[in-house]
Design a protein around this ligand. Sequence first.
Ligand code: SF4
Length: 307
Amino acid sequence: KDFSSDQEVRWCPGCGDYAVLKAVQSFLPDLGLRRENIVFVSGIGCSSRFPYYLDTYGMHSIHGRAPSIATGIATAREDLNVWVVTGDGDALSIGGNHLIHALRRNVNMTILLFNNRIYGLTKGQYSPTSETGKVTKSTPVGSIDHPFNPVSLALGAEASFVARTIDSDRKHLTAVLAAAAAHRGTSLVEIYQNCPIFNDGAFEGLKGPDAADQLLRLEPGLEVTVDGQTWTHDPTEANPTRQFAISRLDGDPDSPVPVGIFRQVDRPTYDDQARAQVADALAAAGPGDLQALLDSGDTWSVAEERA
Ligand code: SF4
């Protein structure tokens, strides 16, 4: 059973979303979880139809807010394996604030950020990852915005797991997803995803037989040179400075584009700590007192003043 649902998939023919969906559907059983213990939360955009196509729990939520809704789910339900599916517009424009706070808090969730460098659902406006100068329906003489690099953004927020992969490379995509799912804390995976209708060929140079020279496949121990300095890539390095420097290589026309795991470090998760605080409060006040407080409608501070 590959966790596919009985819903008709409704993306344009050739859309890169199909490849990611297939990889996720076939990979999920490897987690060894029951379908009722997995939940996919999405925002708004083409990729956000994702939860319909999986036979798990899911929520097609509100624009940009999927990381916040997933934070609540992950904190309230330790038994659930929580995923967020979002796009470059959903995650980095209206949802930018929600994304960076989920990343810094290190909530236990896996975020798949489909980056096609365009707004597809609304038919071809420039997005926060569109290149400067890009001509779209909303930038008829070229975009004057400087684009986000999602990996650099996540590293700047000190996310504990940051990776990039590409829709056309099933093996690499599946390996990165497996590592992201196994990580405890927030995992952000940027997926280069082709939109053949409104931004076809955005990642064309990174596919096919010539792609080997165009991609820098990150592995622990790989020697990487940035601005004339060479060092050994270590995704577990606590200080993200070198990982950030590597992420900037894809803005360098003379450099291959780095893909793979940039960062993978352990640090306490938000939801574990929140649950520990609630457990401590329950131990101190006792479940009877807590129920009385909840029923009274008072706040903690009012109750303490009365005590
Ligand atoms: Fe995919 Fe682009 Fe069609 Fe959206 S508009 S479904 S991203 S091909």
